[in-house]
Design a protein around this ligand. Structure first.
Ligand code: GAL
Ligand code: ZN
Length: 664
């Protein structure tokens, strides 16, 4: 039986005498793996060069006796005080030029040389020590790289590295001056050594410089991870390497980071205390798992799956009975092969005292423990069967870190957020029970019947060509507002009307536009008027036909959404951000015109998703609501798990299977 369930465990927070009780309780619950030690540098190296791994070896061995394997974390997100005392320059500098000090976590610069030396010494000893340990199956590098690093680090070391990165990219300072448009506001440089990280300015910033900075920061983090991955690979060829991602978080390009890893892991807190609603909308959670699966086009692990109430200074809502299990199986439905709950036991100390685990502070098994146990007993056997199986969507949404960066730098409309915008398209499909893959623009798109490429703001000739060929060969493509505005260096393109060469593909030109600042607009689609938001491209038809027209402002009756046959396929252009209702109706039209199958029908809050092996399709139906629900499937499946066909109790998870028809 493979490994499917586990927990994050911190034996160092508890007396040694408790460990065996924990191991027993874990075993009874069905825990097969723990992640440990990702913040325990001080405990493992209390003085420079003095390694004390015995306590960890003891914990690993004890757990192993109970059949529980270990993933070890490298503790590089928390350099200890003695190290900071010796090398205070390790502490990062924020964009105000202020130091961020010891006392929390992530107080480390990623480029600092002294820090790299400490890491090399420690990770080498750590990897050597556990390479042959029968209890250890793999490694997690650092922890949530990019978390808490929004504007870090801008120290002297990072400045130098940034200059070098730019010199490699541009070769000459003239090329950089052109690419950054430094003719504006007297920003020209004579030498790379004059360039600084984007520290706080008196007024305004250069969008091209900022884009390079964000890409540089991502490269630096990947390089930081590689520094460790290389060591672990050398000494531990039989153990895997992974890292815990944060869904759509954009600080580090997760596609790039993924090249270092055997598989990607993810952390998810649907009811995190920072969420605007009691819990994150189901569609957003689902989308974040689909993008995580897309980073390596492979099943992934959930390294941290929310177990209980989430809290730091204040707390969020308690997961309702059954809700934690529904969230966990949602991860599985979207491609997770293993789920580790965060954390085993609620911590008595430190920042995360109120971050609740499987066990409460008291350490007594309660409701959460029972729910996790039931979940594992019910689903672990099936997970053995469909391990490695992938969803097989007919629809793809294009995702890009660079586009995300460009919109972080200039949202165009104050409320436009790249990921939120993608999520609006996703949600309409999700609610129609249509599975989705996230892909990169240059990926092979031929297997998708419908590709939605929102906000293709930064454009280049290769990507234009790629989209045009996809449609020419029969693909259905949706392009949207703010497409083709900028080149790869974040300068506005000037040689054609918007949307550049893709105008030929869409059969349109966009000579004018309107930013809907502080108001919503209207559109006429079919016979109905709908609300639109944020943006209006005022389109001129150049061969396309009109699908919807504006019903407000001076461009009333101008085309807003268009359709164009191109080669064997169709290109749609959506010149605005559709409001919820329009989005639903429009996506219904696109899906129908592209011949997309939906899995079934049910109310919002009932999720459907599939994973496929060579000969079988597993279908998950999950009730994310606290009400009973009914649903209908569009194909014949056998119910494997669940009380009643086409009926769901609150938070119930049902699993179905069908055998694939053999081709030919
Ligand atoms: C995650 C992090 C964990 C823990 C958890 C709860 O972001 O990886 O180490 O901090 O949140 O706050
Ligand atoms: Zn730095």
């Amino acid at each position: 039986m493979s490994i499917h369930f586990g927990v994050a465990y911190y034996p160092e927070h508890w007396p040694r005498e408790r460990w065996e009780t924990d191991a027993k309780l874990m075993q009874e619950m069905g825990v097969q793996v723990v992640r440990m030690a990702e913040f325990s540098w001080f405990k493992m190296e209390p003085q420079e060069g003095l390694f004390q791994f015995e306590w960890l070896e003891e914990a690993v061995a004890l757990l192993n006796q109970y059949g529980i394997k270990t993933i070890l974390g490298t503790p590089t997100a928390a350099p200890p005080a003695w190290m900071i005392e010796k090398n205070p320059e390790i502490q990062p500098i924020d964009h105000h030029g202020r130091r961020r000090y010891f006392g929390g976590r992530h107080h480390n610069c990623h480029s600092n040389k002294a820090y790299r030396v400490h890491i090399k010494r420690f990770v080498t000893a750590y990897a050597q020590r556990f390479a042959e340990n029968p209890g250890v199956i793999g490694w997690q590098i650092d922890n949530e790289l990019g978390n808490s690093h929004e504007d870090l680090c801008m120290c002297g070391s990072c400045r130098l590295q940034f200059q070098r990165w730019l010199a490699v990219k541009y070769r000459t300072i003239e090329a950089l001056n052109d690419a950054w448009g430094t003719a504006f506001w007297s920003q020209g440089y004579h030498r790379f050594s004059q360039i600084i990280p984007p520290l706080i300015t008196a007024a305004g910033e250069n969008p091209s410089a900022l884009l390079d900075w964000k890409c540089y920061c991502s490269d630096l983090i990947v390089n930081f991870a590689k520094w460790q991955a290389d060591i672990i690979r050398e000494y531990c060829p039989n153990q895997f390497i992974t890292h815990n991602y944060m869904g759509f978080n954009q600080k580090v390009n997760y596609y790039d980071l993924g090249t270092l890893l055997d598989f990607v892991s993810n952390d998810s807190y649907p009811a995190g205390y920072w969420q605007k609603t009691p819990h994150q909308p189901d569609s957003e959670i689902a989308a974040s798992y689909d993008v995580v699966r897309g980073y390596k086009k492979k099943p992934f692990w959930m390294m941290e799956q929310q177990a209980g109430i989430a809290g730091w200074e204040y707390m969020a809502r308690a997961p309702k009975p059954g809700q934690m299990a529904a969230w966990a199986m949602q991860s599985v439905a979207h491609g997770a092969d293993s789920i580790l709950f965060f954390r085993w036991r609620t911590c008595a100390m430190g920042t995360e005292q109120f971050w609740h685990g499987i066990l409460g502070h008291s350490g007594n098994p309660g409701r959460t423990y029972q729910e996790a146990k039931t979940l594992i007993q019910t689903f672990a056997p099936y997970m053995d069967e469909f391990e490695g199986a992938m969803p097989n969507p007919q629809v793809a949404i294009v995702h890009s870190f660079r586009q995300n960066y460009a919109f972080d730098i200039q949202p165009n409309h104050p409320e436009l957020r790249y990921v939120e915008h993608l999520n609006k398209y996703y949600k309409a499909l999700y609610e129609k029970k249509i599975p989705v893959d996230f892909v990169q623009g240059m990926d092979d798109l031929t297997n998708y019947k419908l590709v939605i490429a929102p906000l293709q703001y930064l454009m280049n000739p290769r990507l234009e060509q790629h989209y045009m060929e996809y449609v020419k060969n029969g693909g259905h493509l949706v392009l949207t507002m703010r497409t083709g505005v900028k080149d790869e260096t974040n300068l506005c393109m000037t040689d054609m009307e918007l949307p550049g060469r893709l105008g030929e593909l869409c059969g349109i030109e966009i000579p004018e536009y309107d930013c809907l600042l502080g108001k919503k607009g209207g559109i006429l689609y079919g016979k109905k008027e709908y609300v639109i938001e944020k943006w209006c491209d005022i389109i001129t038809l150049q061969g396309a036909s009109l699908i919807a027209e504006y019903s407000t402002s001076f461009y009333k009756q101008s085309p807003a959404i268009t359709e164009h046959m191109y080669g064997e396929g169709v290109a749609w252009y959506v010149g605005t951000e559709p409001g919820k209702e329009l989005m639903e109706d429009l996506m219904a039209y696109f899906a129908k015109a592209s011949d997309i199958e939906t899995l079934g029908a049910a109310a919002d809050g009932v999720e459907m998703m599939t994973r496929e092996s060579d000969d079988k399709v597993w279908l998950f139906v999950i009730n994310h609501t606290r009400d009973e629900q009914v649903y209908h499937l569009h194909d014949r499946y056998t119910l494997l798990e669940g009380e009643k066909e086409e009926f769901l109790n609150p938070y119930e998870i049902q699993l179905h299977v069908k055998t694939k028809h053999k081709k030919g």
